[in-house]
Design a protein around this ligand. Sequence first.
Ligand code: FES
Length: 125
Amino acid sequence: MLYSEKVMDHFRNPRNVGVIENPDAVGEAGNAKCGDIMRMYLKVENGIIADVKFETFGCGSAIASSSMATEMLKGKPLDEALALSNRAVAEALDGLPAHKMHCSVLAEEAIKAAIENYKATHKDA
Ligand code: FES
């Protein structure tokens, strides 16, 4: 089996898909090679990620990675969220095929872009 059960589960039933109305921050990342795009929306309360949703126009691994990443981000302080690596996301999915690791990078980059967006627009962060 090329994909773990967790990857298949998050691909078939992605968590936290959609848009947050009036988000505190938005981040977007794209992969130039495959053209896939991911967008993350954040709600932040007292420096903690209270809610996160994503939209991914991309492959199954990108969908599974963003779904898992949102689950890992909820309730995390921003600085911890910033340290979340694509490897940690892939490990939480019980691994991705080597040629699909770049899809998890999309999730890491979208998170980082969203947190940078938050810091740029909230001086107290
Ligand atoms: Fe583009 Fe997976 S092939 S993100």
